[in-house]
Design a binder for this molecule. Structure first.
Ligand code: TTP
Ligand code: MG
Ligand code: MG
Length: 358
């Protein structure tokens, strides 16, 4: 009898399930996103390679007048040294700062290793730069907290570098959270903690709000996301257009962007800061020839099938001011970059103005 009964049950099931699904669509699971970011990445790689420098303030980048700090270790940060700071200022803040030139091959190799580890946990990995990525681990039955811990332990074991992690139901919160316990820590924001977390969060932590917008908000008495939440959607759209809509969501901790493993970078550039001033147009043209040659080679290698829309040249002067020139262009060439450079050069007061860039 049992063998007769089963098909009936099965038939009943197949008849009932579709209508049940139609009337009660299953709720989307709460997503489990991990954002991993390496601690003082380039500097950490250099410290690993130079154990004799342990505990000493160290920066990677150019230490001369026009060199720039790409990053520095936490010992140097205690003196106020920061990424993108001119080398001379970094030395002013920390006179015994050790400057090392960047070694991108080493950083790329470490980056390749950590990405390999991420892929052991999910195929939904979206790298944002060499040292960070989003992982969507919703499909795993394990706690995202435990996965993050294990990934960080494996990174340390395999690369001898530390990483920090943020765990949250969306990308924006996970990225904010990974900064919360840096270095070598992790922090989770659970769904029921979002409202409380957001209300105390300074607006400058939100996506797209840089120091200038933060100042503008502060001048209007808006410091935290709680302050921003008091503005209505209509008011935000009135002040910020389309971005107002996004702000309305972001300041409440809402973000539904998917972790997208195939995100393709939208622009490619190549730049350098010269140790000595370039003082003639000839020198500048030679430099831009070299930079644009490398760039066009990389473009052919990485994006030969992509459609190009624009070319641009950025020039940086001895006093750190900069200018850019761009044009619509489907097929960039050395000639186009030279022309843009010449345009950028117009209006430069004297031949002693010095330059960078391509
Ligand atoms: P970040 O992750 O922003 O910084 P970090 O890893 O050095 O330090 P943190 O512990 O705060 O995460 O950047 C990763 C690497 O990218 C960094 O090591 C060097 C490079 N970088 C630059 O070249 N220029 C920059 O302005 C910044 C911010 C980073
Ligand atoms: Mg980092
Ligand atoms: Mg980073």
């Amino acid at each position: 009898m049992a063998s007769k009964g089963s098909p009936v049950l099965a038939l009943k099931k197949t008849v009932r399930t579709p209508s049940a699904v139609m009337h009660h669509p299953p709720a989307a699971p709460i997503r489990k996103i991990i954002h991993i970011d390496m601690d003082c990445f380039y500097a950490a790689v250099e410290m690993r390679e130079h154990p004799e420098l342990a505990g000493r303030p160290l920066a990677v980048g150019g230490g001369g007048r026009r060199g720039v700090v790409t990053t520095c270790n936490y010992e140097a940060r205690a003196f106020g040294v920061r990424s993108a700071m001119p080398g001379f200022l970094a030395r002013e803040r920390c006179p015994h700062l050790i400057f090392l030139p960047p070694r991108f091959d080493l950083y790329r190799e470490a980056s390749r290793e950590i990405r390999g580890i991420f892929h052991d946990y999910t195929s939904l990995v979206e790298p944002l730069s060499l040292d960070e990525a989003y992982l969507d681990v919703t499909a795993s039955e394990r706690f995202a907290w435990d996965i993050a811990k294990e990934i960080r332990a494996r990174i340390l074991r395999d690369t001898r570098l530390t990483a920090s992690a943020g765990i949250a139901p969306n990308k924006m919160l996970a990225k904010i959270a990974s900064d919360w316990r840096k270095p070598n820590g992790q922090f989770a924001i659970l769904p029921e903690q979002i409202a409380g977390f957001m209300s105390g969060l300074p607006v400058r932590k939100l996506w797209g709000i840089g120091p200038k917008s933060a100042e503008r908000f502060a001048s209007q008495g808006v410091h935290t996301c709680a302050d921003l939440q008091k503005l209505t959607l209509a008011e935000l759209i009135h002040s910020f257009g389309k971005w107002g809509e996004e702000l309305h969501r972001l300041c409440r901790g809402e973000d539904d962007r998917e972790v997208s493993p195939h995100r393709i970078s939208k622009s490619l550039s190549n730049e350098t800061t010269f140790a000595d001033h370039l003082v003639s147009m000839e020198e500048c043209l030679a430099a831009i020839g070299e930079l644009s040659g490398e760039l066009l080679g990389e473009l052919r290698l990485k994006a030969s099938e992509r459609r190009i829309r624009k070319a641009f040249v950025k020039v940086k002067f001895a006093d750190f001011t900069r200018t850019t020139r761009e044009c619509l262009c489907a097929d960039p060439s050395g000639e186009i970059f030279r022309t843009l450079l010449a345009e950028a050069a117009q209006g430069i007061p004297s031949p002693s103005a010095s330059w960078v860039r391509g």
